[in-house]
Design a protein around this ligand. Sequence first.
Ligand code: SF4
Ligand code: SF4
Ligand code: SF4
Ligand SMILES: [Zn+2]
Length: 368
Amino acid sequence: MATCAKCGRVSEQIAEVLSLCAECIRKADSKSLAMLKEIHTRSREEFGLPAAPPSNAEGIQCGLCQNRCRIPTSGRGYCGVRRNENGRLLGGNAEAATVSWYYDPLPTNCVADWVCPGGAGAGYPQWAYRRGAEQGYLNLAVFYQACTFNCLFCQNWHYRERSIKGDTHTARELAESVTADTSCVCFFGGDPTCQLPHALAASRLARKQNSQRILRICWETNGSMSPGLLDEMIELSLESGGCIKFDLKAMDANIHRALCGVDNQQTLDNFAAVARRIPDRPQPPLLVASTLLVPGYVDVAEVKAIASFIADLDPDIPYALLGFHGDFLMTDLPATSWTQAQSCLEAAKSAGLKCARLGNVHILRQRP
Ligand code: SF4
Ligand code: SF4
Ligand code: SF4
Ligand SMILES: [Zn+2]
């Protein structure tokens, strides 16, 4: 239960960390926007992460993502993993990325499991080993320990403790971890964006080493990468039967900034760019979208706007709505209720999406 500092409304759907309701965030003035910026700055201090993307005129420009950091000597980019060491831009490349990985037996709780080759046998026999779920095969889950966003509800926030100090591995080490029964590789995190040179190099090596069989390359991302890198991701997924899973967190720019600390325009542009490539391989789906239903903030209005955006591009793009549970700096918010989830699903379908569903329903609160 918290109070909105602007309108005075008291609700269990107002997060203490923001102390602003969704409506007041949508129409935020410069004072409220400054307050939101300060919240994000403070949230990054304990991890030693830069408060904002550095913009040092003498610094080296990193072009991996929308933040376009200009990193001063001995400094780090917003993600914490890319650094300027004596004029060289290091971190996240083929020689050393801050990453760990594990094997997940298929079918796994992948956000695309209801429409993909690994979870549903989509594209069998060209892209899947089995007609249904790929029992007996493994997903190699690759967790990059850094991110280009700063979501206050982050459910994997522990990566922040490793963005700067975590163990590093080469792209070759990762590629050689692809076993004979691995049928897909999923790059996630954190987010793969800030270490894409490593992920792309590992993918190419792994595909080369397994050129005679199915090995899908998939991505789960906030979609903030620069367009050139996105093109490389698309090619790898297209040629391997893999997919790109975009987490679309909010449509309203202020809500997105409040929740995630950064803008959403690059994500939306990139999503549209992937959608344009769908005709190159209609099945299995190249592009899958998801949205976390954060109570009080990612409400029916947000979902309706996101769903309309997706439907305008292609109404067949699969869209999963995911239940929220309190985490990181938003532990005081309740879990998503059934009522919110059902209303959001209705909104997504009414916006024209033919393939929308509720994901992790076990998390939803029974009480309205
Ligand atoms: S990946 Fe993005 S956040 Fe990280 S240093 Fe490069 S531009 Fe900055
Ligand atoms: S990694 Fe790709 S193929 Fe494997 S389960 Fe996830 S979406 Fe499906
Ligand atoms: S984009 Fe994902 S990993 Fe990155 S901060 Fe947001 S929720 Fe966490
Ligand atoms: Zn308010």
